[in-house]
Ligand binder design. Structure first.
Ligand SMILES: NC(=O)c1ccc[n+]([C@@H]2O[C@H](COP(=O)([O-])OP(=O)(O)OC[C@H]3O[C@@H](n4cnc5c(N)ncnc54)[C@H](OP(=O)(O)O)[C@@H]3O)[C@@H](O)[C@H]2O)c1
Length: 280
């Protein structure tokens, strides 16, 4: 079964399931990405911060696939929000990947307490990359509703995506709903909450009922809610399993039951974007 594609507001599309490489050491990245491409993933999510863009590029080239057939995302690192820094950092990203373009480039964090709170200028710089074709689509990550409202008020460029922490323990519904209303696709990072949601009794009971793994239940839940996901794994069997999501369905009632696991802020596994202020 082919992976569904999600329409972006700039006329492009993105495969709904991808492969994330956060915290994969450089030496393990090419084998993991190579395995993912063999299994059928055609969407890789990396970032300058992850330190493995080079190996992602190597794996894509080694796969023998056409560059155009693999959707690759990267992200601007936190220390480079000022225009000249962002331009240099983007060039480094392209040269590390060994690509002439990325499919999607994101501001990794809004950092509202740094750079005089000016993530709007940074967003305008990303718009230059889109206009010159080196970033086919541009978007943001970890933007709260207030941050998105500022971009809407001060620029004409609507992000194609907002990549936010989202899983059954943190629905982030306010941010997701804003995206849905304004044509911004939601990408769910840490879609299985870094593994912590997999022991939840509801998840394990559904896994038992449907003869699937807990991770497959949670990833399928995301897909039925329209989220874009890119689970990370360096375990070959899990890389495969996390892609086998298209031959079963959750009942709507079960989709709602999983959504009811939401713990709000207490469910967050990563930093809060309003206060996160690490510029390195
Ligand atoms: N924009 C941002 O700020 C941001 C922040 C965090 C993450 N992300 C992106 O989102 C991606 C995914 O998030 P994440 O890596 O934090 O967490 P995740 O995908 O929710 O979870 C990864 C963890 O779950 C384990 N795992 C994966 N598949 C499994 C399975 N089928 N059964 C049991 N355990 C499984 C992995 O272990 P093994 O590897 O040992 O198999 C790993 O420890 C990242 O790689 C990155 O691309 C973005």
């Amino acid at each position: 079964m082919p992976v569904p594609k999600i329409d972006l507001n700039d006329g492009r599309t993105i495969p709904q399931v991808g492969f994330g490489v956060f915290k994969i050491p450089p030496a393990d990245t090419a084998p993991a990405v190579g395995r993912a491409l063999e299994v059928g993933y055609r969407h890789i999510d990396t970032a300058q911060m992850y330190g493995n863009e080079k190996e992602v590029g190597e794996a894509v080239r080694a796969s023998g696939l056409d560059r155009a057939d693999v959707f690759v995302t990267s992200k601007l690192n936190n220390g480079f929000h000022r225009r000249d820094d962002a331009r240099r950092a983007f060039e480094t990203t392209l040269s590390d990947l060994g690509f002439e373009y990325v499919d999607l480039f994101l501001i990794h964090w809004p950092l509202p307490t740094l750079y005089d709170g000016d993530f709007v200028s940074t967003w305008r710089t990303l718009a230059e990359f889109r206009k010159d074709g080196r970033a086919r689509s541009i978007g943001v990550s970890n933007f709260q509703v207030g941050h998105l409202e500022r971009l809407a008020a001060e620029t004409d460029e609507v992000p194609a995506v907002n990549q936010i922490e989202l899983h059954p323990y943190l629905l982030n519904e306010h941010v997701r709903a804003y995206g849905q209303e304004h044509g911004i696709a939601t990408q769910a990072w840490s879609p299985i909450a870094k593994g912590t949601v997999l022991d939840d009794p509801l998840v394990t009971s559904l896994a038992h009922k449907l003869l699937r793994s807990p991770a497959q239940i949670v990833l399928r839940w995301h897909l039925q809610r329209g989220n874009i996901v890119f689970p990370k794994s360096t375990t070959p069997s899990r890389i495969q399993q996390n892609f086998e999501l298209f031959d079963f369905q959750l009942e709507l009632d079960d989709v709602e039951k999983i959504a009811a696991l939401d713990r709000g802020e207490a469910g967050r596994t990563g930093p809060n974007p309003d206060t996160f202020a690490r510029a390195s």
